[in-house]
Write a protein that binds this ligand. Structure first.
Ligand SMILES: [Zn+2]
Length: 69
């Protein structure tokens, strides 16, 4: 039983949806690493799949009541 694989942490890339393992180059930034590669990091905004939402605020509460007036 001398076959021991190093237990490397893994994450799933939200862009391509593929899991990627810890890399030495991410040793200091692993906690901040989100994408498997620079390519995915750049294309995170290129095409959004299931994510669809409106970023417009409700027009109802546009005017705010002023205290002083
Ligand atoms: Zn990716």
């Amino acid at each position: 039983m001398a076959h021991r694989k190093p237990h490397l942490p893994t994450k799933t890339c939200p862009v391509c949806g593929r899991p990627f393992a810890w890399r030495k180059k991410w040793a200091r930034d692993w906690d901040a690493v989100v994408y498997c590669s620079e390519r995915c990091r750049r294309s995170r905004r290129a095409r959004s799949g299931p994510e669809a939402g409106g970023a417009s605020p409700p027009a109802a509460s546009r005017t705010r009541p002023r205290s002083s007036g």
